[in-house]
Ligand binder design. Structure first.
Ligand code: PFF
Length: 495
């Protein structure tokens, strides 16, 4: 290892990127999105979204990151020094994701332990919302602290620190090579077992039953594009940062295709597992699958424990495996959310990787304690909506403008093609990233903002404004603080 921020091999790079993409979105979001947007018919907008947006946009983020070999903030400053602010915006937004992801990881850690003895009792709903989270819808809930959640979150932060503060390859690189394959293997075991359950076919028939009439509806196209942005971690400066860590001979186009394929494979596999289990539950309880399906925390922490309660002895094997899968998927994603900000800080302020990670993790852990209060669940929902519907989509648009228009990504085409063993880029790529994507995402973004403003409660609006102030304020601070590293203005380019 010559550089502390370089992948040891192309395999580490690909696996770490798959680890970032394959996360909670693949397990708890995708099956529901597929089911509620036309079932089998959803594959048409889904494939279009991958080909038209997922792959072309990932190539753009990778290509520019690879070209600069430096952090996101440093590269954006090099493209145009007046725009440094935008270079900090995304890394800070992604770090905000890290902080609330740590809460979900903490809950899941608790469930890994509970699953050995079905510790959620006969009523998983009451256990999750009342006993564990002590959910309060009033802001005064911020004053009641829940030590169990705090401890579970701190365990997660210690694991993250243990991996992230090392040099890139000996920490994240090595861990990805073990955990990502392990994640896939465990998922296969779970799905194969689920498929053998009585009633599995009922769930699958419900899931895939195509509703072709929906293809004419704008919403299912929006759902497909939204899912791909989230699932592939697009426009988050993560792909950018990972590619800047790559060795000189990487074939980025082929890497992109492998990552998109692995991500889709995983989420479709997860959908098979989730709906087989729902089919089984439907058969046992006589409740229609439509009344059982859930997404998000409701699926993982309420529906699944309910199923384990009726599953008998098998639940003691399947339960821990399932919660472990969620933990690994979450862990390999959360590890990626600290990289863009950490690398940008290292570049500007000349701090070592290890020191930067330690500071960021302490700051993250302290702020995350807001989620260890009775109002934490509500705050998490508000922050998640703000980041996903407003901040990150804005990031994708900004990246299209800064990279495709101002940086002129067409100059990368020959370079990327010369290393590609699979497809070659042509004019079509520029048309997509310059015109189609910013316009389409712009429409989705305005729609999302409109939703948030129209449908939010008063509390949610307050938290949306607080999040915006924190995000914009922290971004401003990083931008105006004077650089300590003499190298800050020398972003080396490979092309
Ligand atoms: N792509 C991840 C998933 O599908 O769960 C989610 C994610 C990872 C979102 C990393 C944001 C992020 F920064």
């Amino acid at each position: 290892m010559t550089d502390k921020n370089e992948w040891g091999s192309n395999l580490s790079f690909i696996l770490a990127m798959i680890g970032s993409a394959v996360g909670l979105g693949n397990i708890w979001r995708y099956p529901y999105v597929l089911y509620s947007n036309g079932g089998g018919a959803f594959y048409i907008p889904y494939i279009v979204a991958i080909l038209l947006m997922g792959i072309p946009f990932l190539i753009l983020e990778y290509g520019v990151g690879y070209n600069f070999k430096s952090s996101f903030a440093k590269a954006v400053r090099k493209i145009n020094s007046k725009w440094e602010y935008l270079g900090w915006f995304l890394p800070v937004a992604v770090f905000m994701i890290m902080i609330y992801y740590s809460a979900i990881l903490g809950w899941d850690g608790i469930y890994i332990v509970l699953s050995f003895f079905k510790g959620w009792g006969a009523d998983p709903n009451t256990y999750f919302t009342t006993t564990l989270l002590q959910s309060s819808t009033s802001m005064s809930g911020l004053l009641s602290f829940i030590p169990l959640i705090a401890v579970a979150m701190l365990v997660g932060w210690v694991i993250i620190w243990f991996i992230s503060h090392r040099d890139l390859e000996s920490g994240l690189g090595k861990v990805s090579k073990v955990l990502v394959p392990a994640l896939f293997v465990i998922m296969v075991l779970i799905v194969v077992f689920s498929l053998t359950l009585p009633g599995a076919s009922i769930g699958l028939a419900e899931l895939f039953n195509p509703d072709w009439s929906l293809l004419g509806h704008f919403e299912i196209w929006m759902a497909a594009f939204g899912q791909i942005v989230f699932s592939l971690s697009l426009g988050m400066s993560i792909a950018f940062t990972y590619a800047s860590y790559a060795k000189d001979d990487a074939d980025l186009i082929t890497n992109t295709i492998s990552i998109a394929l692995a991500n889709s494979l995983f989420e479709n596999f997860a959908a098979l597992g989730v709906f087989s289990i729902l089919g089984y539950m439907s058969l046992q309880s006589g409740t229609a699958v439509a009344n059982l399906v859930e997404q998000g925390t409701g699926l993982v922490f309420i529906v699944y424990p309910t199923v384990f309660n009726v599953l008998g002895q098998w639940a003691y094997a399947l339960g821990p495996l399932f919660f472990l899968t969620v933990y690994l998927a979450g862990l390999t994603s959360i590890l990626s959310t600290i990289e863009p900000l950490s690398f940008s800080i290292q570049n500007k302020f000349g701090l070592s990787r290890s020191k930067t990670m330690t500071i960021l993790i302490i700051v993250g852990a302290v702020i995350s304690m807001i989620y260890a209060t009775a109002y934490g669940g509500s705050v998490l929902g508000y922050v998640d909506t703000f980041i996903n519907q407003i901040a990150l989509l804005f990031g994708v648009i900004v990246e299209c403008i800064v990279f495709a228009w101002i940086f002129n990504a067409d100059k990368l085409i020959d370079f990327l093609n010369s290393r590609s063993r699979t497809i070659k880029l042509g004019k079509w790529w520029m048309i997509i990233v310059k015109y189609i994507l910013p316009i389409f995402i712009g429409i989705v973004w305005i729609g999302g903002m409109f939703d948030v403003v129209m449908q939010s409660s008063f509390d949610q609006l307050i938290f949306t404004v607080i999040c915006a102030v924190i995000l914009l304020g922290a971004t401003l601070i990083f931008t105006v603080l004077p650089a300590k590293n003499p190298d800050w203005d020398n972003a080396e380019e490979r092309v």
